[in-house]
Ligand binder design. Structure first.
Ligand code: FDM
Ligand code: MG
Length: 217
């Protein structure tokens, strides 16, 4: 039996990650599980949820970064077990959101390499799909502005950080993680879903040694 594949959606707020991960999960039934980060149902997740919703709840940015990472580590063993039992796992945000949102706050004292450290050793995605849009289109979508981080200037810096993260991945020959970018501007949900499927199908079809889950460097 081949292990399941880890497929990750990344992007700014309100770019359709949740919609697209739901559609992909439908297409991959029955051997598939969806996991969304932050996973707000755990102890650490509850704290993160409060931090995101209550803009008066202050924590040092370094501590927040480590909470998001700890939240991934809370789920890491479950992800590994699912993959090893042959179940695909679709992720709605993961490590690269962790890096991009934190580094966007402090490009100096919390640079991208500082941000990656606590995530080292987590299961590595087989495919990462970055959903992006033309400038600021995401900000026009329903709900934008409700949570912390949903501010125009900050989103543009996060976008810049995402692009740098993916550029560095491309340049790192050790890194097998395949990153694909889809610009959603002007496309219907169905069009984007079809592009997602064209990228995902070959990855989920490729056989992989059942005893191996790859880890992030
Ligand atoms: N976010 C998400 C981070 O800042 N770091 C992380 O590691 C992760 C996974 O949390 F603004 C931010 C991104 C977003 C917020 O995410 C909540 P959702 O996808 O909107 O629930
Ligand atoms: Mg959001």
């Amino acid at each position: 039996m081949s292990r399941g594949k880890l497929v990750l959606f990344e992007g700014l707020d309100r770019t359709g990650k949740t919609t697209q991960s739901d559609i992909l999960v439908e297409r991959l039934q029955p051997d598939v599980t969806l996991i969304k980060f932050p996973e707000r149902s755990t102890e650490i997740g509850a704290l993160i949820d409060r931090y995101l919703k209550d803009k008066t709840f202050e924590l040092p940015d370094q501590a927040v970064h480590l909470l998001f990472s700890a939240n991934r580590w809370e789920m890491a063993e479950r992800i590994k077990q699912l993959l090893l039992q042959g179940t695909h796992v679709v992720l709605d945000r993961y490590v690269y959101s962790g890096i991009a949102y934190s580094a966007a706050k402090h490009t100096d004292k919390m640079d991208r390499s500082w941000c990656l450290q606590p995530d080292r050793g987590l299961p590595r995605p087989d495919l990462t799909i970055f959903l992006t849009s033309d400038d600021a289109e995401n900000e026009l979508r329903a709900g934008f502005g409700e949570e912390r981080y949903e501010k125009s200037e900050f989103q543009q810096e996060v976008k810049r950080q995402f692009i740098e993260v993916f550029k560095a991945l491309e340049d790192n020959s050790q890194e097998q993680n395949l990153v694909q970018i889809i610009n959603i501007t002007g496309k219907s949900v169905e069009q984007v879903a079809n592009e997602v499927w064209e990228l995902t199908e070959p990855v989920v079809r490729a056989p992989t040694d059942s005893k191996n889950t790859e880890i992030l460097y």
